[in-house]
Design a binder for this molecule. Structure first.
Ligand SMILES: Cc1cc2nc3c(=O)[nH]c(=O)nc-3n(C[C@H](O)[C@H](O)[C@H](O)COP(=O)(O)O)c2cc1C
Length: 182
């Protein structure tokens, strides 16, 4: 059953601009927190802002221009970040799985978004140093990806090049190329 929201998930381009209800946003972030993590360090951190707020404009301003063209209509923007160090028995260590674990958490967030009728789009195209400043991230944290979340918009009002991406068939590598029995 869980395969259904997994296969339905797409990186969506057409958003309505309506702010996402805060409880829905917190619900998808809660899904992320159930991810497994090395040493149960839970390195993921989330910073979000709803459309119509100064926080949203600040996060939007971190995105590459190409991403801003559709993300400005998202109902919320999320910045995910990873805590790159952890403490064990009073000693500090580098967490070499911090990005991996944050990615795992992000994928749960994206799937829960589908399950509750929200569209989403993860984006690596942003200025990490700007994002660091906006979220006031300390040196032990790496910005990982930003995620646009929202309600579906009117596809007809998308610029032609973005509409083409939105309606393109989903491409996946052949199973044989990525799976090998040893
Ligand atoms: C780490 C990461 C970075 C991405 N960066 C961008 C981006 O900057 N802009 C964009 O439009 N899509 C971005 N995407 C979305 C991918 O293009 C998309 O996941 C891929 O084309 C597969 O399509 P699907 O998500 O609809 O299955 C990113 C996805 C990931 C996981």
């Amino acid at each position: 059953m869980i395969l259904e929201p997994i296969t339905k998930r797409r990186s969506h381009f057409s958003f309505s601009g309506e702010p996402v209800a805060q409880e829905k946003l917190l619900e998808i972030i809660e899904a992320a927190t159930h991810a497994p993590s090395g040493g149960n360090n839970q390195p993921w951190r989330y910073y979000y802002a709803l459309n119509g707020t100064s926080g949203f404009d600040a996060l939007l301003g971190c995105l590459d221009e190409g991403n801003q063209r559709y993300a400005d209509k998202a109902g919320a923007l999320i910045l995910s970040a990873a805590q790159m160090k952890y403490v064990y028995k009073d000693k500090e260590y580098k967490n070499s799985h911090a990005w991996h674990d944050t990615g795992l958490a992000n994928s749960l967030l994206l799937i829960q978004a589908v399950a509750i009728g929200l569209k989403s789009h993860p984006m690596g195209g942003f200025d990490p140093e700007k994002a660091r400043k906006v979220a006031n991230l300390g040196p032990d944290y790496d910005p990982v990806v930003m995620i646009a979340v929202g309600y579906p918009g009117n596809e007809a009002s998308l610029p032609a090049d973005i509409l083409k991406k939105q309606t393109a068939p989903r491409k996946r590598k052949p199973f044989e190329e990525i799976v090998k029995q040893l």
